[in-house]
Design a protein around this ligand. Sequence first.
Ligand code: CP3
Length: 345
Amino acid sequence: MTKKLLRALAGETQAVPPIWMMRQAGRYLPEYRATRAEAGDFLSLCYNSDLAAEVTLQPIRRYGFDAAILFADILLIPEALGADLWFVTGEGPRLSTITEQADFDKLKGKDDIHDHLAPIYETVRILTRELPSETALIGFAGAPWTVATYMIAGRGTPDQGPAHALKDGNRPLFEALLERLTEATIEYLSMQVQAGAETVKLFDSWAGSLKGADFDKYALEPAKRIIAELKARHPDTPIIGFPREAGEKYVGFAKATGADCVALDNSVSPEWAAEHVQVDGCVQGNLASSHMVTGGQALIDETRHIVETFSKGPHIFNLGHGITPDADPENVALMIETVRSHAAD
Ligand code: CP3
């Protein structure tokens, strides 16, 4: 096993950590914008296997990242389950909402998603052929809670208010939705692994809005079930968990869920995370994505600081969240150069 990313996930400490970047295929790259225009729109790009593979490869060609992440979206699962999904330019996703039992009853079952998602599995197969031999391929899905927040509200929300309201107002319906998403996510990720994904990442972008026992029941527990089932089916495939903005709930997350790596957002300091999270194994993160806009010495200093602070254990360098469309591609090159020259310091 020589790929740097897989070595980190297996627990190896490396002088130069592997590096990739959330949303590395995205609007900050002119070549991405051109391919998206060719596809027509974002969703057409996701379902066009050749073009989705092409945009996945673009940042690998440009920067030589150690990993490629499948180009798709966490909201394809709701669509596969029968929800309507569309994107409003400049605003974000829109979906048909789930507010009562009748909405839930219209959803398809966990085994009925694969026809709809077949183009995604095909993208994975193309990538297994076309990626450089040193580049690992990451599959992914949204975690049940995060996907449910979009399905319930029909859009992104600043505080996940509608999802919390359903959780507290109609718990059986809320839990039935989480259960369906948990089952469908297992099938979806399992198919990505069968198609050639070498690791998978579970994005719980809104985990931080679940507090106390709610975090344990609706972030931790579904992750644990998904990981246990994937490990039963694919024992050699490592799994990355990303309970974004979990704060002190990052502590023990890997042990409690069975995740091989915990991705950190930049609300936690590297010092704190090295002491409390990296003690249990590999961590990923956690440069603020704003540095990709501002660049300069601050980018260099903070990148070095993160590499140095996590250097005593397994670490995958990444941002704390996705790169934004206003980022300067030159700053990405500067970040990579800074990480890779670290060992020579
Ligand atoms: O990281 C990658 O490069 C892989 C592809 C990927 C996308 N979305 C492509 C995308 C991944 C892993 C995601 C995950 C995703 N999608 C999350 C979890 C991670 C996170 O950012 O918190 C969430 C919450 C979504 C849902 C989603 N998709 C939203 C809210 C939006 C609109 C906001 C925005 O940035 O425009 C999207 C659109 C989206 N997904 C884009 C990309 C490249 C931009 C669409 C475009 O090209 O217009």
